[in-house]
Design a protein around this ligand. Structure first.
Ligand code: PAF
Length: 285
C-alpha cells in the first residue's frame, strides 16, 4: 500500500492506473477508523480495481468552538487496518497541501438549501467546509466511485447535490450505517462517552426505529412521532439539537408527494454530539 502525501505523487499513481484502464473507488475519511469506515472500504474493494482512502482532518468543516484539536488521530493504526484490507493508496495531505493560501483565501463550494437546515443550522459553515474539501479531493483522486456512510445522511445528500450541480464525474454510493449490537451507530465521537452515557446512547436508535414503524403503520403522525422522540430523549438526559422528520431527498417537511421519509436526530449526551437517522417508506396515498 502506498502512503501518499503530495498531490504530484497522487497524480502519478492516478496516471499509472489510468494507463492500465484500472478503475478507482474512493473513501474520504478524517481517520480514526472504526468498523463503519472499514465496511466502506470493503464495499469500495468490490467496485473497483484500486481503492484510495484519504485521511485528512479538515479544519474548514469545524466551527470555532468544535473539537478540531481534540479530534482523535490514529494514523498508524488506520494505515495498518487499511493495508490488511488491500487498499492501494492512502492519501494523507497536510492542511498546507489542501489549503496552500490559507482558509481565508480558499475558493469554496456552497450547496444551497440542503446545507442550511438541520446540522447546517446548528453548525454554520460546516457543509461549506465538507463540500469544498470533498470537491477538491474528487478533483485530486478522480475516482469512478465515491463511497460515503449513510450515518451522515445530510452530508451524503449535500455531496450528491454538489456532484449533480457541478457535473462531477463520479458515482456517489451510500453504505448502510454500521451499528453496535445495541443499535448505537458507530462513530469516532462515541469514545468521548462515559460508561453511563454509553448505556443511554442506544435510546436514540431504539426510539427512532419504533417511531418509524409507528409512522408507517399510521399509529402516529410525523408531528406526533417527533414529539414522542423529543420526550423520550429529554427524559433520558439528552439535550436535543434537533429531531426532524423529513422527505429524504429534499430534507424539507413531509408533503402529500413524499414517498421516502427519514427521521434525523442530533442530540448531546454531556458534551458529545451524536447524530443518527432512519429511513422509512410511506405507502401511496
Ligand atoms: O465524513 C467525514 O469523515 C468527513 O466529513 C469527510 C467526508 C471525510 C470530509 O472531510
Amino acid at each position: 500500500m502506498q502512503i501518499i502525501y503530495s498531490l504530484s505523487d497522487l497524480r502519478s499513481a492516478r496516471q499509472e492506473w489510468r494507463a492500465s484502464n484500472a478503475t478507482v473507488a474512493f473513501v474520504p475519511t478524517m481517520g480514526n477508523l472504526h468498523q463503519g469506515h472499514l465496511n466502506l472500504v470493503k464495499a469500495a474493494k468490490r467496485m473497483a480495481s484500486h481503492v484510495v482512502v484519504s485521511i485528512f482532518v479538515n479544519p474548514m468543516q469545524f466551527g470555532a468552538n468544535e473539537d478540531l484539536d481534540k479530534y482523535p488521530r490514529t494514523f498508524e493504526a488506520d494505515c495498518k487496518a487499511l493495508e490488511e484490507l488491500g487498499v492501494s493508496a492512502v492519501f494523507a495531505p497536510t492542511p498546507a497541501i489542501m489549503y496552500p493560501n490559507g482558509l481565508a483565501q480558499q475558493t469554496s463550494v456552497e450547496v444551497p438549501g440542503i446545507s442550511d437546515v438541520l446540522c447546517g443550522e446548528s453548525r454554520p459553515g460546516h457543509f461549506k467546509g465538507v463540500a469544498t474539501v470533498v470537491c477538491k479531493l474528487f478533483n485530486m483522486v478522480e475516482p469512478q466511485f465515491s463511497i460515503f456512510g449513510e450515518k451522515d445522511f445530510q452530508q451524503l445528500q449535500v455531496i450528491r447535490q454538489m456532484v449533480a450541480d457541478l457535473s462531477i464525474n463520479t458515482e456517489v454510493i451510500g453504505i448502510a450505517t454500521e451499528r453496535a449490537d445495541d443499535g448505537l451507530a458507530l462513530s469516532s465521537r462515541n469514545q468521548y462517552l462515559n460508561t453511563e452515557q454509553r448505556v443511554v446512547a442506544p435510546i436514540i436508535y431504539q426510539t427512532m426505529t419504533q417511531s418509524c414503524q409507528a409512522i408507517v403503520e399510521q399509529t402516529l403522525s410525523p408531528d406526533q412521532a417527533q414529539s414522542h422522540i423529543e420526550r423520550i430523549l429529554t427524559e433520558n438526559g439528552f439535550e436535543i439539537d434537533y429531531v426532524a422528520i423529513c422527505d429524504s431527498d429534499s430534507l424539507q417537511s413531509i408533503t402529500q408527494e413524499t414517498q421516502q421519509g427519514v427521521i434525523l436526530i442530533a442530540a448531546f449526551l454531556g458534551t458529545t454530539r451524536l447524530i443518527d437517522n432512519h429511513r422509512f417508506t410511506l405507502s401511496a396515498k
